[in-house]
Design a protein around this ligand. Sequence first.
Ligand code: HEM
Length: 480
Amino acid sequence: MESIKLRKITSVWILAVFVLFIVSIILGILMRLNQGGVINQNPVTFYANMTTHGLTMIGIWFVAGMAAINYLMERYVKTSYTVNLIALVLTVIGVLMFWVSTFIGKFHAAWTFLYPLPFKLLGAESWSTLLFLLALTIFGIGWLIWSVSLMTQILRKYSISQAFAWQHFKKNPSVDTPPFILISMITLIGVIASLLAAVVLLALLFAEYFSNGSFVNDALLMKNLTYFFGHTIANEMLYLGLAVIYELFSEVSGRPKWKTTWYVALAWNCTLVFILTAFFHHLYMDFVQPEGFQIIGQMASYLASLPAAGVTVFSVLIAVYRTKMKWTLTNLLFFIGVAGWVIGGLGAVIDATISNNVVLHNTLWVPAHFHTYNAMGNVLFSIGFFYWFSTQFAENIKPERFTKWTLATLLIGGAGFLLAFYYGGADSIPRRYSVYPAELSIGAPWAVVGAIFATVYLIAILVFFYNISKRCLKILSSPS
Ligand code: HEM
């Protein structure tokens, strides 16, 4: 049974994630309005906002997944409240430093801060790069401690082979590894690997920063490290959401609990291996990269996504097909989220295929697919959890009056916003342009369409925020 302190800190995480999400969506809408020519931001402001939007979104949906698995893990193993609190405090400090670096210091090298961009910024304050790198260091410390702590707690109860569910490859295993533990373990290893790469990356950036020109980094090595970190963490945060679904989907639907089978164990073990090499697909246009890595990148992109998607979709379909089940907002959000994850994943696999990437590389197809599995995938996994969590301690839960309308608003807003990106991408409109030049003028009306639908999506998010946060505030004000 989880402690009241854990309930309260989980409520704080939920409130913080929602507030930062709403601000970041507004920044996203402003970007689309600028690309559509409706408003006129100077380029430095546009790129500073893009940097704030990108890293805040990645950060909040990562911590949302971590807070959710931390809460649910108490069902199986004891977790550390102190570590959870340290992660919260360091995340808040990190966000404040990062936002000062972008909003005031005008740091604008994008959330990927690809070398040597952070050292070549025009129009930014000279201190902003150092502050941005320090903010990343603070995030890295907090999140690394948190991930290692959760993994250690799993390994106190389960042996390594049990944590990876290897005993499920044989018939009648003596110990059952719950799917939640298996997926959390696999994901935490990937998270820790990506954060360790970030430590090396930051160390190299600091070394060049303080060397006064006597030390210069190798750009290809830096790009490999950047995408090993960035691609891996952006994907692992989705898997945190999937761990939550494996734990809660059957429970909220009033169905028997999902169990680990040999094919679930195999699929997630494959994911562990292949997700760590799929990042090579970000370097297809770096022709100095050895060709073998490009081929590994394409193969790993398929192998990392298909097994996990296959078994998850299979499990969800089996759970809902011709069965009488209780539909609640939580499993509806999980169900729609899995669809969004799969559609976005297909868009990603199309782009990760080398012959397609020649056409789609760095076009709006890229934000199209990753916004699909984030805005209509992982975000819904987490909001499903937030809703479930907030209703656990409330009395007399009545179905919310506008649930159907809110979901319809979310779907219409999300689909329109994403289609505007996909259409732009298929039409070769490049990503990350603050204003489209005359040759790409078709990008502008689609950006306005995107902004309108994103506003519709925002309305649905505000309704969820209102309903969930009032219950979280009650949890916070309840006696300890
Ligand atoms: C309705 C909500 C959202 C809106 C309106 C929005 C809008 C945008 C826009 C306009 C861009 C720049 C596209 C370009 O390259 O031209 C962008 C980039 C990005 N967005 Fe979103 N977005 C939303 C939700 C999300 C979510 C949920 C995530 C979660 C991870 C996310 C993560 C990112 C990232 C990582 C970038 C890349 C930034 C970069 O290139 O450095 N966004 N978004």
